[in-house]
Design a binder for this molecule. Structure first.
Ligand SMILES: [Ca+2]
Ligand SMILES: [Ca+2]
Length: 223
């Protein structure tokens, strides 16, 4: 089902006393950035005058989008011809959430600007059953943790499974060198990012992808 032409829709997402994380699960809209035909504009605030966080169209979803305050305003518009299936997305209070898609980008809030103190973010990444999740990290990678196995300060922890009780994958991650590629043994990945009360840094940006015996899952990214 495609969206109709000349459509205007707005949504207001509010999370009192919290920031908001928004993740695309699918995207199929006419155009290429800067999106002059069909467009989804995501704003950092409660109305159509708030600063723009992202202007979205095409078939390549951006990574996770974070508000700086407690509101996010979305405005979808389509022009008079050429339509797509639209978008599907999830959002969460604070940071983290469910990300059920075969390829995506996750970041710490406000990356590459400094993340916030006192975070406890959890993501559940699920790709197509039968595939594994492969994770690679981008620069800058800066997590202010110290000590053996990042026992003090901030850390990122990946787990080989769907939740916080699954086996740890690759140990706790911190410091300023991006880890090498990590891979799960099935289609679930759990990610947790914890920060303490002081000293912040850029955080992380990771790309995850469904893999099977060296093949990449068939998706819009193959086209
Ligand atoms: Ca159009
Ligand atoms: Ca810290």
């Amino acid at each position: 089902e495609n969206y109709p032409p000349n459509q205007e829709c707005t949504w207001l997402i509010r999370a009192p006393d919290s920031i908001i994380e928004f993740n695309f699960l699918s995207l199929d809209m006419e155009g290429y950035p800067p999106c002059y035909s069909d467009n989804l504009i995501i704003r950092d605030g409660a109305n159509s005058l708030s600063p723009v966080l992202a202007s979205v169209c095409g078939r390549y979803p951006p990574g996770s989008i974070h508000s700086t305050g407690d509101s996010m305003f979305l405005h979808f518009s389509s022009d008079s011809d050429v339509n797509g299936q639209g978008f599907n997305a999830s959002f969460s209070k604070g940071c983290g959430g469910l990300v059920h898609v075969d390829r995506g980008v996750l970041t710490s809030p406000h990356y590459p600007q400094n993340y916030l103190p006192g975070l406890n973010c959890s993501w559940h990444v699920m790709v197509t059953p039968g595939f594994r999740v492969s994770v690679s990290f981008q620069n800058p990678f800066q997590i202010q943790g110290y000590g053996t196995d990042c026992s003090s300060g901030d850390y990122l922890q990946l787990r080989n499974g769907p939740d916080g009780s699954s086996p740890i994958l690759g140990g706790r991650l911190c410091g300023s060198s991006p880890p090498s590629v990590l891979q799960t043994t099935d289609n679930h990945l759990h990610i947790r990012f914890v920060t303490d009360s002081s000293i912040e840094a850029s955080g992380f940006k990771l790309i995850f992808e469904a893999h099977n015996e060296g093949r990449i899952s068939c998706s819009v990214f193959d086209q």
